[in-house]
Design a protein around this ligand. Structure first.
Ligand SMILES: C[S@@+](CC[C@H](N)C(=O)[O-])C[C@H]1O[C@@H](n2cnc3c(N)ncnc32)[C@H](O)[C@@H]1O
Length: 505
């Protein structure tokens, strides 16, 4: 192609794709003064002047040196080709930031498509002989993967591109790729933070923006649940609420026929009922860990606090216990006070509960079943016969040695593991086995804590400990215990542990 010396004043610069760098122009000017221009600039003739196609820095250097003319190659004036030349040169110059580079890549592809030299992705047109993305990435000396990353940056919202385009942050390709994958709201928040305080790192701005926008990530369901259960904390205290659920539970827990005196209560002078759970405790766990319509099971249901709270909160419930009177009394409460959840609208049967007078360790009725329960919640007897429930030898309260007790607990946990549905952590599907346990002090044998032992059984049989929640108890028989505590230097036990296990694939 012919080289012509053209007056600098006759060359116009149109459609600049990138800004010129004064420092670079200064350097170029010096080298031109020393060794002259190595590469001519490219121009096209237009009317009575010329249009610059590529070489803006070189042209500016000539202006700086006040040289009257500059060596040029004159090309045919086709706007698309002119643009293509400019964009391609810019891409090869390595001086673009990630946003400019991405836009240049996209623009180059668009021009090539308009010129009919590149196939449109996804169209059925005849593609033979057309330029591919692999070839375009090759030209730039990068892999296809990096080419895709670079191109992705152009997806950043145009306003955000304008905000960040001239900041140092636009130099990091991977940060810009990350930004391009966010919602427009997050992109804008990140850009605002970075523009307002440029000393912030991109990572800090990203985390801050995400946190700021987190309330939008709350699903309606979780927002409602949060109002009901308040903050889920690792130490919880539940109070008695005088409401309908409490009244229903009391019809069972205060039934005179079911009352059994605690063996040593107040030195035998008074009748104290065996312990029942606080309805608020049951309700909280059931609400947080299951949904309406779920099937929940308490396999040592006693006087049925979990069962009643579950049915009250519209779950289907299964209860096992060895005490027939308990079950009859729970049945009466459910029939009288709780609306059945009917799984089959046509069925006249009351289908929301099943009370089984049998051993909850073996759960023989479900021997062949698996993956059917959404939530197990139980409150097994404390170790070492702390309370007497029934005379049935299968009753855990009748096992007097620790090893024998935990052997049965292991059998129970294996059966629960088979019956509980599988959880999926990534998808937020949590189907727990919740076991409320306590501890016993045995003189110089020390403190025996069920949570440690049961956690180890869980680990042994392949359950995952998902959480551990302490619930604070009101101290009972304080004056008697305080004196002993001080004498023997131990603390008053005012907590129970709720172990929460899940089964993963
Ligand atoms: C601590 S109580 C449960 C109290 C219950 N959460 C409530 O609020 O009333 C333990 C219960 O487990 C029952 N139990 C013990 N061993 C059992 C077994 N092998 N099968 C079924 N129930 C059993 C006892 O009869 C007792 O009612």
């Amino acid at each position: 192609m012919e080289l012509v010396d053209i007056p600098v004043a006759d060359i116009k610069v149109l459609n600049r794709l990138r800004k010129t760098d004064p420092h670079k122009i200064g350097e170029l000017a010096e080298s031109i003064r020393d060794i002259n221009l190595l590469h001519p600039i490219a121009v096209a003739e237009k009317d009575d002047h010329y249009v610059l196609l590529s070489g803006e820095h070189r042209l500016s250097a000539f202006k700086l040196l006040e040289r009257p003319t500059i060596p040029c190659v004159v090309r045919e004036n086709n706007p698309l080709i002119n643009q293509l030349v400019e964009v391609s040169e810019n891409l090869c110059s390595n001086r673009l930031n990630a946003i400019e580079e991405s836009n240049a890549i996209v623009m180059r592809e668009q021009i090539l498509i308009k010129l009919g030299r590149k196939a449109v992705v996804g169209s059925n047109q005849y593609t033979e002989g057309k330029i591919t993305n692999a070839e375009l990435s090759n030209q730039l000396g990068i892999s296809r993967r990096v080419y895709q990353y670079k191109k992705q940056v152009a997806n950043i919202n145009p306003k955000v591109q304008a905000m960040l385009g001239e900041t140092k942050f636009a130099n990091s390709m991977m940060d810009m790729v990350k930004l391009s994958k966010q919602t427009v709201a997050v992109q804008k928040a990140v850009a605002q933070i970075l523009v307002a305080s440029p000393t912030t790192t991109f990572k800090q701005a990203f985390i801050t923006a995400k946190l700021r926008l987190i309330p939008d990530a709350w699903s309606e369901e979780n927002r409602k649940l949060r109002e009901e259960i308040q903050l889920p904390k690792s130490i919880m205290k539940f109070d008695r609420k005088k409401d309908k659920l409490n009244d229903i539970c009391r019809t069972v827990s205060h039934n005179e026929e079911l009352r059994r005196p605690k063996k040593k209560a107040l030195f035998g002078t008074n009748v104290v009922s065996n312990y029942t759970m606080l309805p608020e405790h049951s309700r909280w766990f059931i609400k947080y860990f299951s949904n309406e319509g779920d099937l929940i099971c308490d396999n040592t249901c006693g006087r049925g606090t979990n069962i009643i709270a579950g049915a009250y909160e519209k779950r289907k419930v299964i209860g096992f216990d060895l005490n027939k009177n308990n079950l009859d009394c729970i049945k009466e409460a459910l029939d009288n006070y709780i609306e059945p959840v009917q799984t089959q609208p046509t069925s006249s049967e009351n289908v929301n509960y099943e009370l089984i007078h049998d051993c909850g360790v073996e759960m023989v009725k479900f021997k062949e079943a698996s993956n059917m329960i959404d939530l197990f919640i139980n409150d097994i007897p404390y170790i070492l016969s702390a309370e007497k429930y029934t005379d049935d030898p299968r009753d855990l309260c009748n096992i007097k040695d620790l090893d024998g007790f935990y052997e049965r607990v292991e059998v129970m946990m294996k059966n629960m593991k088979r019956l509980i549905k599988t959880s999926n952590y990534e998808e937020g599907v949590i189907k727990p086995i919740i076991m409320k346990v306590g501890s016993q002090r045995r003189g110089n044998k020390g403190l025996m804590t069920m949570d440690t032992d049961i956690e180890m059984i869980g680990r042994k049989i392949g359950l995952t400990l998902h959480d551990k929640i302490i619930n604070e108890l009101r101290p009972s028989m304080q004056s008697y215990i305080i004196n002993t505590s001080f004498q023997k230097r131990f603390t008053m036990k005012i907590m129970e542990t709720n172990l929460i296990f899940v089964k993963y694939e």
